[in-house]
Design a binder for this molecule. Structure first.
Ligand code: SAH
Length: 221
């Protein structure tokens, strides 16, 4: 038995995953597409082996480099907001981290372009997503504040690190009619989960809830 198979035992049982889905449903997630994908995504393969037994708890977990894989409820909530009006073709994610949010988006959209400022995390996520067979996810090591201009415009943009203000470059790379979902706030303070729609006459902003994300940092490492 190889180590991937071994660490799958127990944590990945139907029952464990169903319990997480049930919890998300009770928390208010209604989109069946999102619930189904979360129930089918092997979150235990996106965290360190030592944490695998907690992978289907509804909590954020450390992924090294001072970063975390987001809480499943928050992933579900942001994914639901992003695909509310259909299924966007091209999606930009800022903050690849473990690659889990990208993996949840992959079956629901055309392509995911995801950027990460920490090289080691970007390399690990690229390897992991490729091994797991996600062919429509593309990972780039760069400062996400600049977006991914060569691949723009995007039908949807999701940030999984919190800027104090949304960078102009990201708003410019959002297609008209497109949607951006992001935690916004000063480091150390409560952040608001914002949904922005880019309309011909300007941006329409909706605030969903308070969240707690790692800060979006400038530059790369
Ligand atoms: N979506 C991730 C969550 C990772 S936490 C997951 O599912 O696991 C947020 C990530 O954003 C961290 O990995 C952090 O390094 C990254 N990050 C912070 N500022 C960034 C920036 N300016 N550009 C790209 N990535 C950034």
């Amino acid at each position: 038995m190889d180590s991937t198979t071994r660490r799958g035992i127990g944590m990945t049982s139907e029952r464990t995953r169903r319990r997480l889905v049930q919890r998300l449903r009770e928390g208010g997630i209604q989109d069946e597409r999102v619930l189904e994908v979360i129930g089918g995504t092997p979150r235990h393969l996106f965290v360190d082996e030592a944490l695998a037994s907690r992978a289907y708890d509804d909590t954020a977990l450390p992924i090294g480099h001072g970063q975390t894989i987001s809480q499943p409820f928050v992933v579900a909530c942001m994914t639901e907001a992003l695909i509310r009006d259909g299924s966007p073709d091209r999606v930009l994610e800022v903050g690849t981290g473990s690659g889990y949010q990208a993996a949840v988006l992959a079956p629901l959209v055309g392509s995911v372009y995801t950027v990460e400022r920490v090289r080691a995390l970007a390399d690990q996520a690229r390897r992991r997503l490729s091994q797991l067979g996600y062919r429509n996810v593309h990972v780039r090591h760069c400062d996400g504040g600049e977006g991914w201009p060569e691949k723009a415009p995007f039908d949807a943009i999701i940030l999984t690190a919190a800027p104090s203000h949304l960078p102009d470059a990201l708003l410019e790379q959002l297609q008209e009619g497109g949607r951006l979902v992001a935690p916004v706030g000063q480091p150390g303070e409560a952040q608001r989960l914002e949904v922005l729609e880019k309309r011909s006459d300007g941006l329409v902003r909706q605030i969903l809830t308070d969240v707690s994300f790692v800060p979006m940092l400038g530059g790369t490492s």
